[in-house]
Design a protein around this ligand. Structure first.
Ligand SMILES: Cc1cc2nc3c(=O)[nH]c(=O)nc-3n(C[C@H](O)[C@H](O)[C@H](O)COP(=O)(O)OP(=O)(O)OC[C@H]3O[C@@H](n4cnc5c(N)ncnc54)[C@H](O)[C@@H]3O)c2cc1C
Ligand code: SF4
Length: 526
């Protein structure tokens, strides 16, 4: 069925359920049981859980709603509309690492690859032993939440018809590298293998929050305020009682910001992501020595290999194969990725005629990547305008892991039949052509400036701890500073994970919202 004839889950929403800040002319002042800030993995899950429990819910989202029928596979257009700062954010430290985040309804789930991983056992153990979270966050407590989300969002392994050659090559050849390659499990129903998850799913197959929990919540009575940026959480008498937001316009006709005040009778759920949550708390007057500290990530890097036969990355699940065999021993996870030509082209070596010639080899390219469970910690502070300043430098041991993984990927690409590999590491030839050349990667300098790193898995910065002395958020998910101010994104994670974070974030958000819904604070005085 063509897009013109399909009805997508984000079409035909109840009248009045979406208030678009982009065209808002009158100030808003309304009251709900709960206000949820952010409509991504954490916010979408919290909202859907609260709505199902019978509460009135307002969701506030800074970005626009990019509807399925508007999805544009051109990277520049998509980045401008759906990514924060059009995809130009960075982590600043001893090198500059690009940072990607969605800024739209669905948050990063509109632009991500939908890979699902339950929180690993050793992370639960660590959180219990080292961080004292064992009375709240356990495998047993999260199990029903993971199971419910997996059922609702149709989690399953990539099917044959959407596998594609990039993913198949990895799964079939992993044994040659001495490890097990598996198909990813993803939130999707009817994936057509269009390999464009990064610019949004044109088929509404990927079960991002924009086509699942958000429209489901609106159909059950919730309302969403889009293009509405929360400036502060309003705290009165030590309790969160609402939010103050303002509309954000791109249309000059509506240049003036319009105030949006939403009162929360029962509490506010903050789910604006690890990067934005700390500065929202700061702007709202929350003070804590750990606020904005302990920021962690899984920085990654990718490497193309060129095969004699066509790989045709434009077909197949965007990310469909992986191994976690090195997660514990070496702190990294290997994955496949397909990139649109505009993005893949940024990794082509050479200039002029040489570059043009290599562009024609892109249909023969497979790209495999690593995500590093880095030990480095950084910080988040406010800076000019609406921006967040993230300081972060890779530790030496993180670079040892990055280099080892890069060599492993190059080796596996050759084992799988690649004729050329483009390492993208300064100091190593732009093109290597044999297994012998992989030694050049193994001997590469460990300076992070030499590597093409990128970050999209983010943690910490408002961590959970029993006492205010050790963290910002208590074991009841509410900040130590104010009651009823629940933080449910991965800023509360005391460590990173070593697996893709969305499922852990959603599991925790569902657990938190379920507990709060069962015993909410008494209605706040007007
Ligand atoms: C390109 C990419 C690919 C990824 N692939 C995967 C994957 O396959 N599997 C996986 O597990 N993880 C993946 N991730 C990571 C995963 O998407 C994130 O960890 C997860 O979405 C974070 O959830 P969140 O709710 O904290 O933040 P987000 O999903 O980013 O949502 C936060 C929302 O809050 C909004 N917001 C922020 N500040 C304000 C404010 N002041 N007022 C109102 N709204 C605000 C933002 O605009 C945003 O929409 C990927 C991430 C990216 C960027
Ligand atoms: S790969 Fe599948 S889930 Fe991703 S955009 Fe294409 S059809 Fe949608």
């Amino acid at each position: 069925m063509s897009a013109e004839h399909s009805v997508f889950p984000d079409d035909n929403l109840p009248e009045g359920s979406v208030v678009d800040g982009e065209t808002l002319e009158r100030a808003i002042d309304e009251t709900f049981d709960f206000v949820v800030v952010g409509s991504g993995a954490a916010g979408g899950t919290a909202a859907w859980t609260l709505v199902q429990a019978g509460y009135s819910v307002a969701i506030v989202e800074e970005g626009p709603w990019v509807k399925t029928r508007e999805v544009d596979r051109r990277v520049f257009k998509a980045f401008q509309r759906a990514f924060r700062e059009a995809g130009t954010q960075v982590l600043l430290g001893n090198s500059i690492i690009p940072l990607l985040q969605g800024r739209c309804v669905g948050g990063s789930t509109l632009v991500n690859s939908a890979i699902v991983w339950r929180t690993p056992d050793d992370v639960f153990d660590e959180w219990k032993k080292d961080w004292g979270l064992g009375s709240v966050i356990t495998e047993a407590a999260l199990e029903p939440h993971f199971a419910a989300i997996e059922e609702e969002l149709k989690v399953h392994a990539v099917l044959d018809e959407a596998l594609g050659e990039n993913n198949r090559l990895f799964v079939d050849n992993a044994f040659k590298g001495g490890f097990v390659g598996t198909r990813m499990r993803r939130y999707e129903t009817g994936c057509k293998g269009s390999a464009q998850c990064l610019t949004g799913c044109p088929n509404a197959a990927k079960q991002g929050m924009n086509v699942s929990y958000i429209p489901w919540s609106l159909r059950k009575g919730a309302r969403i305020f889009t293009c509405a940026r929360v400036d502060t959480i309003d705290i009165r008498g030590g309790r969160a009682v609402g939010v103050t937001a303002s509309s954000s316009h791109t249309n000059p006709k509506f240049a003036k910001k319009v105030p949006i005040v939403l009162h929360a009778r029962r509490g506010v759920f903050l789910a604006a992501s690890t990067i934005q949550t700390p500065n929202i708390l700061r702007r709202s007057g929350v003070k804590n020595a750990h606020l904005g500290e302990h920021f962690m990530a899984h920085p990654g890097l990718g490497m193309p290999g060129i095969f004699d036969h066509k790989v045709d990355m434009h077909f197949g699940a965007t990310q469909g194969a992986e191994t976690i065999d090195f997660r514990k021993s070496d702190r990294f996870k290997l994955e496949t990725i397909s990139m649109q030509p505009e993005l893949a082209a940024t990794r082509i070596p050479g200039v002029g005629r040489e570059l043009v010639k290599r562009l024609t080899t892109l249909p023969h390219a497979a790209i495999w990547v690593v995500q590093i469970r880095a030990k480095a910690q950084g910080s988040i502070r406010p800076t000019f305008g609406d921006r967040d300043l993230v300081r972060y430098s890779m530790a030496k041991e993180d670079m040892v892991a990055a280099r080892k993984a890069a060599a492993l990927i190059a080796r596996l690409l050759f084992e799988s039949g690649a004729k050329e590999v483009w390492p993208g590491i300064h100091g190593v030839p732009e093109i290597i052509r044999s297994m012998d050349d992989v030694k050049l990667i193994e001997a590469a300098a460990l300076d992070s400036k030499n590597y093409s790193l990128i970050a999209s898995h983010l943690f910490g910065a408002a961590r959970m701890a029993q006492s205010e002395r050790d963290g910002v958020v208590g074991l009841d998910f509410s900040t130590h500073a104010a009651k009823g101010l629940y933080v449910v994104d991965s800023s509360i994670f005391p460590t990173n994970l070593g697996v893709n974070p969305q499922h852990s974030i959603m599991g925790l958000a569902r657990l938190a919202a379920t507990r709060v819904a069962a015993s909410p604070l008494a209605v706040a005085a007007a």
